[in-house]
Structures are given as structure tokens and as C-alpha cells.
Design a protein around this ligand. Sequence first.
Ligand code: URA
Length: 255
Amino acid sequence: MRGDFPHFFMRLDKFLSNYGIGSRSEVKNLLKKGLVKVNDIIIKNPSYKINPNKDIVSFNDKPIKFQENYYFMLNKPSGYITAKEDGYYPTVMEFFHNEPFFGKLFPVGRLDLDTEGLLIITSDGIFAHRIAHPKWEIEKEYFAKVKGNINNISSKNLANFEKKGIYLEEDKYQTKPFKIKILEAKENESEILITVKEGKYHIVKKIMKQLGYPVKYLKRIRIGSLKLDENLKPGQYRHLTDDEIKNLKKDVKLI
Ligand code: URA
């Protein structure tokens, strides 16, 4: 779908900055580098006039199409910080530099520097807010390797976590109910799936530390109805499908 534009012809730099590709001066630089094509021809002149309803403008060889919002899933690698910018660590946004709408995109919620797995990147503010807000109780499921033999937790305790959560002494905070599924339990290390309904800072690590099984490795594998695509290697991402977007919006009562 293409947008309705008030003027038939538009300067190329204005078109590109309106689409969030960058400020007018950033756009001029991108044009100079030959990254923008109009109908498959590289155009470097910022004042080149285009007809936005007819001409196909592409950036980095990806056509710029009108879409109200953008939704991606990233398999976040360890060592990247979940932020738009950081003075020290590389950020999760670095994977998206080549996307035409880079300027409009941001991460939904956050994963720790050393956590891997499913992270949604979008331009949709209301959607992002709902996914991350505890009010909507969206399940977030993690695969974790923890220290110690998890079989030492009684099944009565496991059932209690699902009903009441636990009280985190250090934070003086009562968690929402959560679920632990044991995958493998060895003397020194266990593997679990843990599903929480809140995005509080370090929530999984805090829960597991309090239970006496500190987290050694953490990977998010699901947010609500959305599962991490296991074909994505760490650092790879893809657009969400229409069905995935629709189901997530249903999860947070946006449709
Ligand atoms: N809980 C954590 O402790 N860390 C994360 O990155 C996500 C949830």
C-alpha cells in the first residue's frame, strides 16, 4: 500500500527523511554514498523530484513501502545491550542499520547484556508498551542453565510458585506467579524452562538466585504467542509475519 501524499511531486531528501531514514543532512550523505535508487537508478541529487505514488524508491536495495508500523524478531546475541544507543557496548539496534526505517525502530522491553534470544524490534509505541507492561501479563518464556540440582525443589514448592510467585527478600518484592519446568537435573547443573509474566529488571536471575540456583545461561524463547524462530542464528532477524503480528496484538487486546 502506498500513502496518500498531498503533493504530486516531492524532493527525494524530504521523502527519505519523512520516512524516518534520517535527518535531511544525514539523508544527503546517504545519497552521496549512492545508497538510494529511484526506479533502479542511483540518484545522488537531494533535490531530485519524485512522484511518491508511482516511483519506486529503494534504500540499500530495499524498496521503501508505506507501512504504518514495522515489527521484527531478533535473536539477540550475548554482549549486546538492549538500548537505542550506548557509549560503551554495542547495541541491539546495530543489526538494523540497513533497514530503511531505522530511525523509527526501537526494542520492546529489555534483555540483559548476557541474555540471548527473542527480542521484538518495532516502530509501534502502543504495541511495545503493552507487550512490556505487567498489566497485560504477557508470558515470557526462557530456557536457563542454572547451578545445582533443581530436583531438590519439591513439587509442592513448584506448584506454589504457579499460584503465588515468591517474595524476593533483597528487593522486598512479591513476584507474579511463574512456572518452572525441569528439563534436566544433574548434580552441579540443571536445565529448566521458566515462564514469567513481568519484565522487572533481572527478574529470572533474581528468582533463581533466591531459590539457590543461580543462572549461568539465559535465553528467551517466547513472548506471548510469538516463538523464537530457531532458524535465526544469534544476530539474525526477520520481519514478523502478518499472523504473528495479529496474534501478538490479540495477546495485548489491541484487536
Ligand atoms: N530476566 C533476567 O534476569 N534477565 C533477562 O535478560 C530477562 C529476564
